[in-house]
Design a protein around this ligand. Sequence first.
Ligand SMILES: [Ca+2]
Ligand SMILES: [Ca+2]
Ligand SMILES: [Ca+2]
Length: 225
Amino acid sequence: MIRAFLFLASFIAPATCSAGLHAGAMKCGLAILFSISMLSIGQAGLMLPSGISSQGNFSNSTKLIFDGEIPAEVSFWSSPTTVYWSQQTGASGVSFTIDYGELFNLDDLLISVDNNDSYKIDYSANGVDFLSLTEIQIGDGDVGFGMDTMSTDSSSGEYVANIDFAPVNARHIRIYASGGDGRYSIGELQAFGTTLGSVNAVPEPSSLALFSLVGLCAVVRRRRT
Ligand SMILES: [Ca+2]
Ligand SMILES: [Ca+2]
Ligand SMILES: [Ca+2]
């Protein structure tokens, strides 16, 4: 999307810059500021895990937690598409820690859990020191039986305001049951955010395109003075 915008801007900005000295300079500046603001939005998206660790006794593969398959609403809590267990609540019980391989700005979660339990979700930058991110309460969600998909994205049809959180920088996300009927289940946990690793890296092509745009405007302005 951003690259498409820059492609368009490469045509629009020079034309704007050549439309009169003062007005052109102002419009040129606005075009550049708009370009920068578009870039500063960042490329938030689905974060891909590099691994997952677990503790406790549970059924099925931990890969089911991030395989992209979200169990249907109201589907059974102990099924081939879920990781499920009995009792063992708290961080010292059954817990799953997903490693995303690098620090990123965590915006949103999409999660599928058994509807009649509470689950805590923590985050960490180093995999050792965890802070509380959010907690799913027993009454959260929109179903009264089986698996319930919930999102912290306010534009999602599965949005649950109670579990929304302010963005944080994280590399690891940990989830475990904190209470309920003793039968717990996770069908999916997806994290959405923006990587932070490229902040000091070599400019990407899209950034280079922006610098080219700035340079082009400067040349046009110089020629008209
Ligand atoms: Ca899944
Ligand atoms: Ca739901
Ligand atoms: Ca349950």
